[in-house]
Ligand binder design. Structure first.
Ligand code: SF4
Length: 415
């Protein structure tokens, strides 16, 4: 099912707004198309951390440092269960050499620059400075029965989507696996210290992050190996955070070969395709990667993901007023999804978070409701996602360090 999109722009319904960037110039390649940056600029990566290594490599490294291999297990316990890298807390390690071991195996990765909280304290946005001064963010959200962390996987992003604040700056560098995992560990530390609002319990377990969404800065599948290593560490019950793979959502704008690779990894994470338009005519402009892999190719890969993993796929759809929220687009989306079978997919429309001063804004409520209704009526389970984090600019496409953030970060040393 790989027909090139021949869908005409239908003229019924509200006027069509053409995607364009506002207040910034989209970088272009030699052919005048939006520039896609797959390779990260050469920048020094952070020091190797325990979470960058497999369990076997951790043992080998500890031995290289002159310690018995079982010390690796002790360090894993401190880091993944007690969320600490501080040797002062590691009293089960011999005092002599403890500091050096922690410094070698658990080097400092993220310096907190800024923390923004909602009034109720149930949503927190962190701004982190990496060892080279690059800035990334994560957002922690408490919901009933679960705690979700939205993590970054790259500093900046090379996918150049015109509506996205992160895409404007281009790709600074890939994050290491440990920098990705450290966002979770630091969030868990904060929760354990009672820093996330109402201290209700999730089930009978001690509270911690239960769900991860790779929807912060970056295109996760453009940093494939490190993201997969981070996910393996998140789900590892003996040597990692022991999270459920189902609670981890890896999203992409549609890097088809990487979707196929992910499906073959044997880690049944939830997969989300950020589609935002069902027709190539619009998606070519909204999501520049569509010039490489078209809507039908991305949907075929998503369907294959379901086939291989048995995990129902999510389609993310930012509803933008008069741009992609037309009733006929809801119908076309339903048609394309139903053409690939039943029961394999769920659609999450999310009203766009407008960038300050932008003419791009969220669809009106009746339009949102009609969009959802049409999909549901066509047999596609569809739920309007909440826009938590909006008030602190913490929802998808909003994660970019402001000038003010940069100024604050300039005064904070990286370690
Ligand atoms: S929408 Fe996602 S993929 Fe596109 S530029 Fe923004 S962060 Fe990158």
């Amino acid at each position: 099912m790989n027909d090139s999109d021949s869908t005409p722009v239908r003229s019924t319904g509200p006027r069509q707004v053409r995607p364009r960037t506002e207040g910034w110039t989209q970088k272009q390649d030699a052919d005048g198309k939006p520039l896609l940056q797959f390779a990260a600029p050469k920048r020094a990566m952070p020091p190797v951390h325990l979470a960058d290594l497999t369990p076997e490599q951790r043992v080998a490294k500890v031995k290289d440092l002159g310690m018995p291999g079982f010390r690796a297990g002790q360090l894993e316990k401190h880091y993944f269960e007690h969320y600490t890298s501080d040797p002062a807390h590691m009293t089960d390690l011999p005092a002599s050499g403890r500091e050096a071991l922690a410094a070698d195996m658990l080097p400092h990765l993220l310096t907190e620059v800024r923390r923004l909280e909602t009034d109720r304290g149930d949503t927190i946005k962190f701004l982190w400075k990496l060892h080279d001064g690059a800035l990334v963010e994560s957002v922690l959200m408490r919901y009933t029965g679960r705690i979700t962390l939205c993590v970054s996987s790259q500093a900046g992003c090379g996918m150049n989507c015109p509506f996205c604040a992160t895409g404007q700056a281009g790709l600074t560098r890939n994050m290491s696996a440990a920098e990705i995992v450290e966002q979770v560990v630091r969030a868990n530390r904060l929760i354990a210290d009672g820093g996330l609002g109402d201290p209700r319990r999730v089930g009978h377990e001690e509270e911690r992050v239960t769900n991860i969404v790779f929807m912060g800065m970056g295109e996760p599948l453009a940093n494939y190996n490190r993201v997969v290593q981070a996910v393996r560490t998140m789900v590892d019950k003996r040597h990692g955070l022991g999270m459920s793979a189902r609670g981890i959502t890896v999203s992409t704008v549609g890097l088809v070969p990487a979707i196929n690779k992910l499906a073959a990894e044997g880690i049944p994470v939830t997969f989300a395709l950020s589609l935002h338009a069902p027709d190539d005519h619009l998606r070519d402009e909204m999501i520049p990667i569509n010039s490489r892999w078209k809507v039908d190719e991305a949907l075929d890969a998503a369907r294959d993901y379901f086939e291989k993993t048995g995990r129902r796929v999510s389609i993310e759809y930012a509803l933008i007023k008069d741009m992609n929220d037309h009733a006929w687009r809801a119908d076309l989306l339903a048609e394309k999804l139903n053409a690939r079978g039943r029961g394999w997919v769920h659609v999450n429309p999310i009203p766009l978070n407008p960038t300050p001063g932008s003419v791009w804004t969220a669809s009106e409520v009746p339009v949102q409701n009609e969009f959802v209704r049409r999909l549901n009526e066509a047999g596609i389970p569809t739920t309007l996602r909440d826009t938590r984090g909006k008030e602190i600019d913490g929802a998808c496409g909003q994660l970019v360090a402001s000038e003010e953030d940069q100024a604050v970060a300039a005064g904070v040393p990286a370690d």
